[in-house]
Ligand binder design. Structure first.
Ligand SMILES: Cc1cc2nc3c(=O)[nH]c(=O)nc-3n(C[C@H](O)[C@H](O)[C@H](O)COP(=O)(O)OP(=O)(O)OC[C@H]3O[C@@H](n4cnc5c(N)ncnc54)[C@H](O)[C@@H]3O)c2cc1C
Length: 379
């Protein structure tokens, strides 16, 4: 057993770390405060290859593997969960296209997605009445000559207002239940694909989240991903992989928060000595680093299994469940260690706490992860 990353994985991690320190950290607060999407950062990230990390070179990708992808995402999330989630969802969309798209479709849409010509990909599954219960979606796709007509409403769609390409789930045959759901690729600008209201959120404010309406939106036959009825399977498969991304992101935010709190504790003097010398503070730091390191092991195990082509559904959900819950706890402790300063917007831990909350909600809530894990354990 080897706990060390390979030379290539370490090189990619270090590249992500340098990019984060030099290009994201110095400017990201302004984007967060103004709720603005950092287009230039995303383009540069794509130039480095980070938008297609599981995509073959022939489609413009940078197939560095899931472990390197996880390490890179964690580094990026240290400065910005907004940038990291954009990267994570775009990589998911690229993977769906590579896995289930027809050859011509892959050649057409993957290079602009990986290169940054498209700023992002959007993953359109959730609806007003179908969140955890994704099989209950109502958006429908009616077969017509040469394609399908899509009608319905999606909500909470990450990057919708900046995305170049959308994967949209819709019902092709209601009588078949989940087996009647299909997945379609819809390029931005397609008539009838309407990006609507932007959510006002607690955190991750540089990552736009929008409603998306489909109103008599025509999609040609070759934009169906996989076969009719494969949609639910595609969603579950891709969400399993996506969870490794959100788990990696959670680690980055958690480590950033507790590193900041540790350094603060070494400087902050109360009762004549640094608070880092108080056992109460030391125990908080010890617990936070221990649990984050445990979460990291789970995340890297899931990434390793996925990279090797081994089953990882249970391990991906365990990683997402544990890493997101631990990172939430760590961010609360980081605020506590800073005292009143932790509650002030002048210090970064306040944002880390707001940014981390959604990690126990999106791509399957913690309750949904427990359901997935239980199903895998008792099957
Ligand atoms: C910022 C943000 C970005 C997002 N980005 C995307 C995106 O890009 N694409 C996309 O498709 N979706 C996206 N989502 C949607 C997200 O995946 C859903 O919000 C999430 O899956 C939960 O669904 P819901 O909000 O409808 O909650 P619900 O499903 O209504 O759940 C409400 C509560 O009930 C619990 N619950 C539900 N069912 C069960 C059960 N069977 N057992 C126990 N507890 C249960 C949940 O865990 C939760 O605590 C995003 C959401 C947010 C907030």
């Amino acid at each position: 057993m080897d706990f060390n990353p390979t030379k290539e994985q370490e090189m990619i991690r270090s590249m992500a770390q340098k990019f984060t320190e030099n290009e994201i950290a110095p400017v990201i607060n302004k984007f967060e405060e103004e709720h603005k999407f950092p287009s230039e950062i995303i383009k540069k990230l794509a130039e480095l290859g980070f938008m297609g990390m599981n995509i073959k070179e022939e489609y413009g990708g940078f197939p560095a593997g899931t472990v390197a992808y996880s390490l890179a995402l964690t580094e990026i999330a240290r400065a910005s969960a907004s940038v990291a989630v954009t990267m994570s969802v775009t990589n998911m969309v690229a993977e769906v296209i590579q896995e289930f798209g027809k050859e011509e479709i892959k050649k057409k849409y993957l290079p602009p997605l990986c290169s940054g010509e498209y700023l992002a990909g959007a993953f359109c599954l959730t609806e007003p009445n179908a969140g955890s219960d994704a099989g209950a979606i109502q958006t429908k796709a009616d077969k017509v000559d040469g394609g399908y007509i899509l009608n319905g409403n999606k909500i909470f769609i990450t990057s919708a207002e900046v995305a170049g390409i959308f994967v949209v789930w819709a019902v092709t045959d209601r009588s078949k239940g989940k087996k009647g759901i299909s997945a379609f690729l819809v390029p931005a600008g397609t008539k009838g694909l309407i990006v609507g209201k932007k959510e006002e959120k607690m955190g991750q404010c540089a990552s736009p989240t929008n409603e998306v309406a489909l109103m008599d939106c025509f999609v040609p036959d070759d934009h169906l991903l996989g076969n009719e009825g494969d949609g639910y399977k595609i969603a579950l498969m891709e969400l399993a992989g996506g969870r490794i991304g959100i788990a990696s992101l959670s680690l980055g935010v958690g480590y950033a928060a507790i590193d900041y709190a540790k350094n603060f504790a070494k400087e902050r003097i109360q009762f004549g000595k640094p608070i880092a010398e108080l056992q109460a503070i030391q125990f908080m730091l010890s617990d936070c680093y221990t649990e984050l390191d445990a979460a990291k092991m789970l995340v890297l195990r899931a990434a390793f299994l996925k990279e090797k082509g081994l089953p990882y559904t249970k391990e991906g959900s365990m990683a997402k469940l544990y890493a997101s819950e631990v990172a939430n706890k760590v961010c609360i402790k980081a605020v506590q260690i800073l005292g009143g300063y932790g509650y002030s917007k002048e210090y970064p831990v306040e944002r880390f706490l707001r940014d981390i909350k959604v990690t126990t909600i999106y791509e399957g809530t913690s309750e949904v992860q427990r359901m997935v894990i239980a199903k895998e354990i008792i099957k």
